[in-house]
Design a binder for this molecule. Sequence first.
Ligand code: R5P
Length: 323
Amino acid sequence: MNSRRYSGMVIFAGNAGNPLSEKVCKQLCSDPAKAEVSRFTDSEINIQLLENVRDCDTFIINPTNPPAENLLEMVFLADAARRSSAGRITLVIPYLGYNRQDRKDRPRVPISAKVIAEILSLSGAGRVLVFDLHSEPTMGFFTNNIVVDHLYGSFVSIPYLKDILGDNFVVASPDKGGGPRAEAYANRLGLGDYVLFSKSRPKPNEISKGLIKIIGEVDGKDVLFVDDMIDTGGTIIADTEAAKNAGARNIYVFATHAVLSKGAVERLDKSPIKEVIVTDTIHHDPKEFETEKVKFTVLSVASLLAEAIRRIHNGESLSSLFY
Ligand code: R5P
């Protein structure tokens, strides 16, 4: 692999990034670089790079879920690389935690997404590669002249979805914020429009089930919901129940990030969904997806990340990967 500016490429991972980084490295015909990423007796994070990185093009892969520890592992790995004279440091963040907290929507709350982006910006990295952000304005939260590239789950999901969807389907957004994403999927799947599920939230994390309005027609059709993530499953379960009551046939859900907080898989397994499709931006043991009713499919983003890393390293354009 030719580098125009750096002596070589090295790829490190934090604990949450290990399974994905192994797959990415396999695609790039290399091995993950060796690093100690463990805990001291008092639980503080213990980092040491076990390989020379002087002048190297250095990539650090870690989804920040659960957020706090994985975020710190990533920042410390970057600082260790900077202090070891790495040539350029790129943070590869398949899932960026706190991204939903991107605005001051209630009194006396922080804009946590901005704080997280600022912490990452001070890590010594010069570049960040993020994946299907909850909110695109977050890219502007990074400071310190850090360069941000943004890849999308649709790159891996669209070919799969084209295979499983029949002729009579609609694409749906679970909420107003997801409208542009649903519109993009509808267009890429050959439809002119999408269906919007609009709801009121009396409190954060609470959905008024009786108040879901469906703007568009689902009666007699298969429905594909697209979202950036499934966390508790609350949003998507409420919407899919409303869709079923409105006459939807088979219901599919694609969400890039399988946050799947405790109990979410069991709750989804009792929902009217036929198939949940997610990616491996957040690692789960396949056993977690051994369900009774709802099929879970995990698509891998490893080839896409490997190709993006290869192009960044070689100074090639990423734009054909941006969908
Ligand atoms: C909301 O704006 C997001 O796009 C997701 O729909 C939401 O965060 C998913 O969370 P949960 O599964 O807990 O409803």
